[in-house]
Design a protein around this ligand. Structure first.
Ligand code: BGC
Length: 761
């Protein structure tokens, strides 16, 4: 059989797969079809357009429901759903207006950005991905759905699965890092967690995968910026996590703000119809991002009327906040710029979503005020958040086994993030009450009791510059101290301590939406504080708060221990104490490369080799692909993270030297816990296709196992490879592989691997 015959046209294969997965509920679909057709038969054009309209309830944040603009629109049948309204009481009133005061009584979907928790907040998604624990992510999404649904929400704008290779982009915090394989697994875990058993239960809500597509590849890491990308890179890398969510049955998709090769994603027919529906078999509905239709004017593509028509024709079903569908599609219909069929199709998809959510059976399914009282911010949820948070921390450095700290002596806890409730949760945590969040200072005192003393000093402002600091705290009032006094106080506290724990990094608003940075080091005032603390000669532990990879070159050279705690959620303080004092050994591994300099960006482990790979990384090599002034290598690579214990890998073995077509190959490696603590290790397997029709990455993650080993325990870790693992999209976007040599690599991170080769037939 020739090489190419092992490739299958992408579209065809996926269509077959989609066809298989959607069969089996034909009865239910027929019932839904009948119901929706009957309802649509009674709807006017304006009522149909109303279903496609998704306004924000911003005026309800403090205002009364009754006379709000939103209420008016609901009564007039001009609203399909809304978002940004917190509280089951208000939501119930609005739902009642839809059901009892609009002509057809169609219930509303209620959206919210429930991204990493609702009132109980879990670590930011980037941190969650560093657990490599899909079960933990599913559990977090299940709890988030339970809480959100108890407060009236039926639809979450999550998961965000945009692959990001550029640490300047603030929204790297919201996704699962740089890897397509892990990203797709995480995407599925979120969807299963939110939607549960097909959204049948009152605590199961609809997920919305976003931002479709490629938003994480915004040029120069600047938010909302353009994307230009080859189809090949899309298929092999960037699209896979969205596909993972679709395969898991995600109910809705949000299109992205960016243009793709010049076309705004929201008006991209290839993306929203050819790929999403025809190739992937997506059955749900597509909603725009916030005012994406309106923004087509600034993109220089179309005014609102034309943009609305183009978005609809491309496959967009619901318009978030522009009101373009509601106000212009009738005129476009008359002008024959859109068809009645396409309006009907979009309306049908929105109504089907409501049907699947069970809202026609019971519009108040998510409006049980008793649940709100019992199921929000519960002890059980907080316990889960604390446990999961401990899995997400990444121990970057631990010289002389400085960590874990013993609960004795005098501990100086210093830094603007050590006692800052506002900064524990990170981006997208607007539904919680920050005054309930546990800071490190609270938690450390509780953890050590009377066995040790914990003294605290703020030590510095976030930045020296007041304006920069205002940017870093967002709309909150700025509370600043005098730089010199803060430093002097910190050094005084440090002077009497046995060990210093410095809680430094980014504030919550420095990552997330609209938070791109061109410098990704610790903010100046904090870095100077850290230098002064290190200069005391006392042992220093850096507890690093961040929503993105930072350039930690100075810190890694001078600070003996660095624990990256990201933004760990409402229980952050206790979770950090659990790890710092050794009740839990850290096990997180980076899902995003930490650069040595911003000039290396974009930076990712699964890069191509180039025709002139850098021969050695220690010096500049002219006429090879490297920099005069910096290594190519990240400071901390993808997959990296230490533990308090040590894991020793034995020899990597293959069950055979050849992988027959349709056969399997076993890859085994013994892993021993050779240190002094029990611990979890994440064993990673990468593949490299030595020769292929197009250049292939130097390595790609294909499998991993998260294993718990008691101290002294050894386990033989076994992976099974088959030819599915070898496949990729070639230059014609055919999916398959070519027989030949492959390298398999296994190790504790993407840099530190053993290699063996095999031949695929
Ligand atoms: C963000 C989305 C979010 C939406 C609704 C937009 O600005 O890009 O991620 O879901 O707002 O709040």
């Amino acid at each position: 059989m020739g090489k190419i015959s092992q490739f299958v046209k992408a579209g065809l294969l996926l269509l077959v797969m989609a066809g298989c997965s959607s069969s089996g509920n034909g009865g239910k679909d027929a019932e839904m079809d009948r119901f929706v057709s009957d309802l649509m038969g009674r709807m006017t054009l304006q009522e149909k357009l109303g279903q496609l309209n998704l306004p924000a309830g911003n005026d309800l944040v403090s205002g009364a429901v009754k006379n709000s603009q939103l209420a008016e629109a609901i009564r007039a049948g001009e609203v399909g759903g809304f978002f940004n309204v917190k509280g089951v009481g208000k939501i119930y009133q609005l739902q009642r207006m839809a059901v009892e005061e609009s002509r057809l009584g169609i219930p509303l979907m209620v959206g919210a950005d429930v991204i990493h928790g609702y009132e109980t907040i879990f670590p930011i998604p980037l941190a969650l991905s560093c657990s490599w624990d899909t079960a933990a992510v599913e559990r977090m999404a299940r709890i988030s759905a339970t809480e959100a649904s108890a407060d009236g929400v039926s639809w979450t704008f999550s998961p965000m699965v945009d692959i990001c290779r550029d640490a300047r982009w603030g929204r790297v915090a919201e996704g699962s890092g740089e890897d397509p394989y892990l990203g797709a697994l995480m995407a599925g875990a979120y969807v299963r967690g939110y939607q549960g058993d097909g959204m049948k239960q009152h605590n199961e809500i609809m997920a919305c995968v976003k931002h479709f597509a490629l938003y994480g590849a915004s040029e120069s890491g600047r938010d909302y910026n353009s994307v230009d990308m080859s189809r090949n890179r899309m298929y092999n890398v960037y699209l896979r996590p969205y596909k993972g969510a679709v395969d898991a049955g995600v109910g809705s998709v949000m299109s992205s703000f960016n243009t793709i090769n010049g076309v705004p994603a929201t008006a991209d027919k290839w993306l929203l119809t050819d790929l999403l529906r025809n190739e992937w078999g997506f059955q749900g509905f597509v909603v725009t991002d916030y005012n994406s239709i309106g923004e087509m004017k600034s993109h220089g593509v179309a005014d609102v009327q034309e943009a609305s028509a183009r978005a609809l024709n491309a496959g967009t079903d619901m318009d978030m906040v522009t009101h373009g569908f509601l106000h212009t599609l009738e005129a476009s219909l008359k002008a024959k710029a859109v068809t009645q069929e396409r309006i009907d199709e979009a309306c049908r998809r929105v109504l089907e979503a409501k049907y699947k959510l069970g809202l026609f059976e019971n519009p108040y399914k998510y409006c049980d005020t008793l649940r709100a009282r019992k199921e929000l911010f519960t002890e059980a949820h907080r316990k889960a958040a604390r446990e999961i948070a401990t899995e997400t921390f990444v121990l970057l450095k631990n010289d002389g086994q400085l960590l874990p700290l013993q609960k004795k002596g005098r501990i100086a806890l210093i830094g603007p993030l050590a006692d800052a409730q506002n900064n524990m949760c990170g981006t997208w945590s607007m539904n919680c009450a920050t005054d309930r969040h546990v800071t490190m200072y609270d938690a450390f005192r509780r953890a050590v009791g009377d066995r040790a003393t914990v003294s605290y000093a703020k030590g510095s402002n976030l930045y020296y510059d007041e304006q920069m600091e205002q940017g870093a705290v967002g709309p909150r009032p700025l509370v600043r101290g005098n730089d010199n006094q803060l430093r002097a106080e910190a050094l005084r506290v440090a002077a009497s301590a046995d060990v210093i724990v410095a809680a430094l990094g980014e504030s919550a608003e420095m990552s997330g939406e609209s938070a791109s940075r061109t410098e990704i080091q610790l903010p100046d005032a904090q870095r100077d504080l850290l230098k002064a603390l290190v200069a005391t000669g006392k042992p220093v532990v850096l507890a690093l708060f961040t929503g993105r990879p930072l350039d930690l070159c100075w810190e890694s050279a001078h600070v003996p221990a660095i624990l990256n705690v990201w933004f760990a959620g409402s229980e952050a303080g206790d979770a950090i104490a659990d790890v710092v004092f050794g009740d839990v050994s850290p096990s997180g591994k980076l899902t995003t490369s930490f650069p040595r300099a911003v000039g290396q960006l974009p930076l990712y482990y699964n890069h191509l080799n180039t025709g002139r790979p850098d021969a050695d990384d220690t010096s500049f090599n002219r006429y090879t692909s490297n920099y005069i002034d910096q290594s190519n290598e990240p400071l901390y690579p993808f997959g990296y993270g230490l533990s308090y214990t040590t894991f020793t890998y034995g020899t990597l073995k293959l069950s055979a030297e050849r992988l027959p077509k349709g056969g399997q190959l076993k890859v085994t490696v013994p892993v021993a816990n050779t240190g002094r603590y029990d611990g979890v290790e994440i064993v990673q397997l990468y593949l490299h296709d030595v020769y292929a029709e197009i250049a292939r990455p130097v390595k790609e993650l294909k499998a991993f196992q998260r294993i718990f080993l008691k101290k002294g325990e050894t386990r033989k870790v076994e992976f099974v490879l088959d030819d599915e693992d070898l496949k990729y999209y070639n230059s014609r976007l055919e999916y398959g592989y070519e027989p030949g040599e492959f390298e398999v690599m296994v190790g504790p991170d993407s840099r530190n691997v053993q290699r063996v080769t095999f031949v695929a037939e």
